[in-house]
Write a protein that binds this ligand. Structure first.
Ligand SMILES: [Zn+2]
Length: 343
């Protein structure tokens, strides 16, 4: 007996909540006259793997069923097919992917988390959706022969985040320009410096709200603020933009967070700082790689959040030692809107 599961989606086409999914289970090589019992199941699960050093000896993997629906399958009478002589059976079915999940944490319906597979060391968060079909064939005297076939579904959930992203300067670079011995220097990380110390810092000029579209080169604009006494003496030597994605999942008593880093822009450069505010825009370099981050998501089961960090390398003179100052901001990533709606 051979099973084949066909669904009306290409493997890489994402489905969305509320979509209709049609499929056919094809069974071939049935020798016996007796027709087998067949079922199809659609479902989804969230799996959280917690490393033993965090979980302790008792907990390891938590599996949380998001939903599951099973249907009995019937034979389709296709003309020319399902002949008595033919040993191939076609069993069509259809499911509607639920539009919301009934979660236990609050009375409102919740959004399904998108298909996810992230890990960091032994910590792993997976969200899987699937269609399976099972064939239960009686052989002799109460014995049965069960066979299964499964297909993964990719779910994309595009949900607008309600939190307002915030920008923060995480490091400013104090500058000391000494007149006496004609040496000028920059200092790395400030520690307990008085507020009046002249310093260089990076300020992000992000769109409002800072929404970035997946698969596109999204320009990032930022300003380098410098004290007036440093103008003409300091240079921007490098620009690095990195993205950090945090995936947080919680189900039952298990919660886990997985952080991932992705490089955006890595640009060695030599730009003289000739004004107190130097405006920079990544689109002018044409070097910003296509954004491939997963869409931002927020529900009580799972959160996907992104932060961008801009790090600017500065030196006194074009060849001096490079010190870094940086700024960080929360960003919202969305899928591009579909070019047309399917009818
Ligand atoms: Zn909920």
């Amino acid at each position: 007996m051979k099973l084949l599961l066909n669904i009306n989606r290409a493997d890489d086409t994402a489905i969305r909540p509320g979509d209709d999914i049609q499929g056919t289970l094809i069974i071939s090589g049935i020798a016996s006259q007796k027709q087998p019992q067949c079922t199809a199941t659609i479902g989804g699960r969230l799996m959280i793997s917690v490393p033993p050093q965090v979980a302790g000896p008792k907990i390891d993997n938590a599996v949380y069923t998001l939903f599951e629906e099973t249907k009995q399958l019937n034979y389709e009478n296709r003309s020319g097919k399902n002949n008595p002589d033919d040993d191939v059976l076609f069993m069509p079915f259809n499911f509607r992917f639920p539009s919301h999940i009934n979660c236990s944490k609050h009375p409102h319906p919740c959004q399904f988390p998108p298909s996810t597979n992230v890990h960091e060391g032994n910590s792993r968060i997976r969200v899987e959706y699937y269609i399976t079909a099972a064939v239960d064939r009686h052989i002799f005297g109460g014995l049965s022969n069960k066979k299964r076939v499964a297909k993964a579904l990719q779910l994309s959930s595009n949900c607008s985040s309600t939190t307002s992203p915030a920008s923060s300067s995480i490091a400013s670079l104090p500058i000391t320009l000494r007149q006496k011995d004609y040496t000028e220097r920059l200092q790395p990380r400030p520690d307990g410096l008085p507020a009046y110390t002249p310093s260089i810092h990076v300020q992000v000029v992000h769109p409002q709200p800072p929404v970035f579209v997946r698969g596109q080169a999204n320009p990032i604009r930022f300003n380098v603020h410098s004290p007036s006494e440093a103008i003409g003496k300091i240079f921007v030597r490098s620009i690095n933009i990195n993205f950090k994605t945090s995936t947080i999942a919680a189900a039952g008593s298990t919660a886990q967070r997985v952080d991932q880093d992705a490089s955006g822009v890595k640009l060695p450069t030599l730009i003289p700082i000739d004004s107190e505010i130097l405006e920079l825009d990544t689109s002018t370099w044409g070097r910003l790689s296509m954004l491939s981050l997963r869409p931002t998501f927020e529900s009580c089961l799972m959160q996907i959040k992104h932060t961008a960090e801009i790090s600017v390398g500065i030196s006194v003179g074009p060849q001096g030692s490079i010190f870094h100052t940086s700024s960080r901001f929360d960003m919202v990533v969305m899928d591009p809107p579909p070019s047309y709606e399917e009818i």
